[in-house]
Design a protein around this ligand. Structure first.
Ligand SMILES: C[S@@+](CC[C@H](N)C(=O)[O-])C[C@H]1O[C@@H](n2cnc3c(N)ncnc32)[C@H](O)[C@@H]1O
Length: 280
């Protein structure tokens, strides 16, 4: 079992601390201390909430994602030549997705690019996002297979959300993009719609959580879909290092890091929210 963690380079961290100094969010003599317990304005630990905000929107976004792909290559989790997504196609998609009508998102710039790059590297035929909201996260997840210049062809792309109004919005948003015939938005509880999903799922994206935090759905959903996953499926779960979701992760993370369930699991610790990729 490979349990890996990938974080920003020291150079990006120092740059982000420079912005915090400029904004006077930290003292002018503040320095990075990887061992700092956090919260101190003169010594900044990696879990510092403001540092993670800056790192999620770092100008080093592209090299950070390249480093993440390199880590997967080094560990034999993707082929040496996989993950060479087209930077210009990505930026064009970003412009188009920015035009989507919707509410807020917690997806940082780095995560947008990472999720897009992971799909480009894996090239899944069947993609499913549980908790697809107004389509923003799904558009990055499915990005390499949709839009004016798809990087590959997927067979089916599903988004599921319990909120019907958000599903309507997602459908309208996808209608603004070319090559989205394969996208199906299903309004329903992710636990109940499994029979509407056709074929082994190559790439599953878990985002479903009730607004009031009344239920922890990630592990329940993953267990429900586990037998429907392709033998070499990938799963991403967003918000795995996020404040407000840590209790949910107490069960989810050990389960995906158990070699009985996945052969590798990687924590992309790149912003306030985090993303865990688990590979079957
Ligand atoms: C708030 S979104 C996640 C947002 C995401 N982190 C982002 O940055 O855009 C979580 C979604 O999960 C959906 N959800 C909650 N319970 C669900 C369930 N049982 N099945 C499917 N979707 C569900 C909610 O309706 C909501 O749209």
């Amino acid at each position: 079992m490979k349990t890996l963690r990938y974080a920003h380079s020291r150079e990006s961290i120092d740059k982000a601390i420079g912005y915090l100094r400029e904004k006077e969010w930290v003292r002018s003599d503040a320095r990075f201390n990887p061992d700092a317990e956090g919260g101190l304005r003169g010594e900044i630990g990696y879990r510092d909430y403001d540092l993670l905000l800056m790192l999620g929107h770092t100008p080093d976004e592209a090299p950070a994602v390249e480093g993440a792909l390199d880590l997967l290559r080094e560990h034999g989790l993707i082929a040496k030549d996989a993950g060479a997504y087209d930077r210009d196609v990505f930026l064009d998609m970003r412009k188009r997705i920015a035009g989507f009508d919707g509410a807020w998102t917690s997806l940082s710039d780095v995560m947008e690019r990472l999720i897009y790059a992971l799909t480009a590297a894996r090239q899944p035929k069947v993609l499913l996002e549980l908790g697809s909201f107004w389509g923003y996260t799904l558009a990055y997840f499915a990005g390499p297979a949709i839009g004016p210049s798809p990087e590959y062809r997927a067979e089916r792309i599903y988004g599921v959300d319990i909120n019907e109004a958000m599903c309507e919005k997602a459908r309208a948003n996808f209608a603004t993009l070319p090559n989205t015939d394969g996208v199906t938005i299903i309004a329903g509880d992710g636990r109940d719609v499994i029979d509407q999903i056709e074929g082994p799922i190559d790439f599953l994206y878990v985002e479903a959580k009730p607004d009031d935090g009344s239920e922890f759905l990630y592990l329940e959903l993953l267990k429900r879909y586990y037998d429907r996953l392709a033998p070499d499926a990938w799963i991403i779960a967003h918000d795995t290092t996020a404040r407000g979701h840590l209790d949910e992760m107490v069960e989810y993370l050990p389960w995906v890091r158990d070699p009985a369930h996945f052969r590798a699991s990687i924590c992309f610790d790149l912003d306030r929210y985090g993303l865990e990729l688990s590979i079957r």
